[in-house]
Design a protein around this ligand. Sequence first.
Ligand code: NG6
Ligand code: CA
Length: 504
Amino acid sequence: MKKFVRLSLSVLPIVSACNWCQQKEMKGKDDRPNIVIIYMDDLGYGDISANGFSSIKTPNIDRLATGGVCFENGYSTSATCTPSRYGLLTGGYPWRDKDVKILPGTAPLLIQLDQKTLPAMLRKEGYYTGIVGKWHLGLGAGNVNWIETITPGPNEVGFDYSFIMAATQDRVPTVFIENGDVVGVDSNDPIEVDYNKNFKGDPTGRDNPELLKMKWHHGHNCSIINGISRIGYMHGGKSARWVDEDMADTFLDQAQQYVKTHKDERFFLYYAMQQPHVPRTPHPRFVGKSGLGPRGDVILEADWCIGEFLKTLEKEGLMENTLIVFTSDNGPVLNDGYYDDAVEKLGDHKPGGPFRGGKYSLFEAGTHVPFIVYWKDKIQPVKSQALVSQVDLFSSLSAFVGSDLRGPDSQALMDVFLGKSDRGRASLIIEAGGRTAIRKGDWVMIPPHYGAEVNKNVNIELGNSGDYQLYNLKEDIGQQNNLADKNKETLKDMIKTFKNIRGN
Ligand code: NG6
Ligand code: CA
């Protein structure tokens, strides 16, 4: 009896201490907010009015910018889409794998099933995870049958729910896919997709310009769907084809439904919007509203969608409990393959802000993008100078939610993302079309890259030169003065760091 009493007395404090630990941990975990990443497609640093270079107003995005941490040195991992999204979701630099490049709509899934991903990490930590919008990371294992459930895809690499377009708005197949199933497809009218040859008798942008409502400028001359010719050929699936002008409303509706359905769980939503990528097809409500042509109109449309999405969070009482990241996959382009007045009606608007280059470029405008973190009442609004990359979201969010997973190139910088610290990365690698450069501190070094200096189709400087280029962004934000000859020591140091990170 005596023995028993002694035992229970000594065990009791341990048991209650454990309970306390557990409760404390649980409480900490219960405090974790929902996480939403709003990811734009080809939106430039200057395209949001909060950054000060825009002649159009984006009040809803600005609300996030002025109420959160607005980064002045925030980067995507690449100047094009697939690699950027790969970097965001895996926490690894895309240039480490030569297969990570702009994909056709028939490409197999690019992310390996055993690879760590941001959504899988969050799912493991108890989040319900979803994607609504553009995927562009491949689907299936080759030869997809579009009337059967397509697998593997987003649902196999960490997303509990997916409502996506396979690739881009300008690529076939032009259908939405929900959890692997093409929405509205009729098995009597199967979908065929081919990126090399046309289906006999089908009209194309090349041969039937009279059928087009938007003319192609370069590329984009294959199958005509909804009066717009695309990259690639598609036959059948008539009942499943999207109407481009309704796409923004469709994705918004899905994003809102997702939030409403999962409001009682802790959720992650990757809301990957399609604007302002080509073809720019504003809903009639927005046509002509920006004065800048369709590119400006779809930016207004996107801003409106974000406003409506925020209203849903408010109505559901989730605003204070939701951390929102807003950013873009790569920098801006005006003419990306269709005649849509983006060049002609640009006026004073500066899509790339103060930066040189644009989409596809190693110059700053390619990857130096809008980057905002917002969490109502939890963040002291600030303009941050810290150097951050989208690749860092993996490890930062992982540490934040209590996971010890880390992405291969991803730094845990949550204090920086929450505006509590301005000690960002020391350096990062910039990538454009497989070519790389480095930013370290205020300096950017672009090693020699041969090839065209300007992509004449899109009229963008690519950053190529046979010589080393060295710029000091603090003094020369527009990268006009190559200091490589004058600053041999800095150049040497930059080359050394570049080689250390790249491994060659
Ligand atoms: C390019 C397309 C461009 C765009 C881009 C992908 C041509 C000539 N150009 O190959 O229009 O679709 O791929 O953009 O076809 S991204 O934002 O998804 O990377
Ligand atoms: Ca893009």
